[in-house]
Design a protein around this ligand. Structure first.
Ligand code: ADP
Length: 237
């Protein structure tokens, strides 16, 4: 298993954001992590990346425990946060160089050029990050996330706020990355799941309410679409 989460809970003060969730992401597949706003998606992803401690429960990424072996986890994981913390005054190459330093890459130059080509950043290299469109900023975020060639990618709502063309480009890129890597992708857009994902986990108010292979949707939930199922499982009390 590329990601294993067991009985994970997280409280912020007296607000229980995660109520003992368990799920797995299989290696080499794209898992859609679905839920309405406030369901606990970002909280789960932050715990997996080691940037947030759970209140209880455990998680492993690529076989490493997210807290006991956090250095190994950082090497294995690439994270695109929902609000992408880019450095606005840096040029693209500068930002990637900076990330390469953080990851202590031994051959940064070649890898940076590879990632620039893969994410289609070449036309914008003369711009500072603050001058880029949202779509290109998202590409820089993805480039930063994959720079150290991690096995597992955690993408928190990677297409939110993009226009249809940007959305198509980023989805194509994610599909390409998903061929080699395990991807955990959070979204509340059902078309995105249908376009990109192999497996689906639906979370609602900090609890898992569905966990299935997309190819099994019709067998497991006859006479419904993903959209209808999502609404049925996540709306109402
Ligand atoms: P999602 O990513 O699915 O929109 P989040 O994980 O961001 O959900 O949030 C889950 C719940 O935890 C929400 O009710 C949210 O308001 C709450 N929450 C998230 N971060 C914090 C925080 N830093 N302090 C207090 N509550 C938080």
């Amino acid at each position: 298993m590329a990601i294993r989460v067991t009985d994970l809970s997280k409280s912020y003060g007296n607000q229980q954001a995660l109520k003992g969730i368990s799920f797995e992401a299989k290696a080499g597949r794209v898992l859609g992590f679905l839920g309405p706003n406030g369901a606990g998606k970002s909280t789960t992803m932050k715990i997996l990346c080691g940037s947030l401690l759970p209140t209880a429960g455990e998680a492993w990424v690529a076989g490493f425990h997210v807290h006991r072996e956090s250095l190994e986890v950082r090497r294995k994981i690439g994270y695109l946060p929902e609000t992408n913390p880019l450095y606005p005054d840096m040029y693209i190459r500068e930002a990637l160089n900076f990330m390469a330093g953080i990851h202590r890459l031994s051959q940064p130059r070649g890898r940076i050029e590879e990632v620039i080509a893969l994410t289609g950043l070449a036309p914008e290299l003369n711009k500072k990050i603050r001058q880029l469109s949202k779509g290109y900023r998202q590409r820089v975020g993805l480039a930063q996330a994959i720079l150290h060639d991690p096995d597992v990618l955690i993408l928190d709502e990677p297409t939110s706020g993009l226009d249809p063309n940007q959305l198509r480009d980023i989805r194509t890129l994610i599909r390409q990355l998903g061929k080699e890597k395990t991807v955990l992708l959070s979204t509340h857009i059902m078309q995105e799941v249908e376009a990109l994902c192999d497996d689906v986990v639906i979370i609602r108010q900090g609890e898992i309410v569905a966990d299935f292979e997309l190819a099994d949707l019709n067998r497991k939930y006859p006479d419904t679409s993903l959209e209808k199922l999502f609404i049925r499982l996540t709306v109402g009390e």
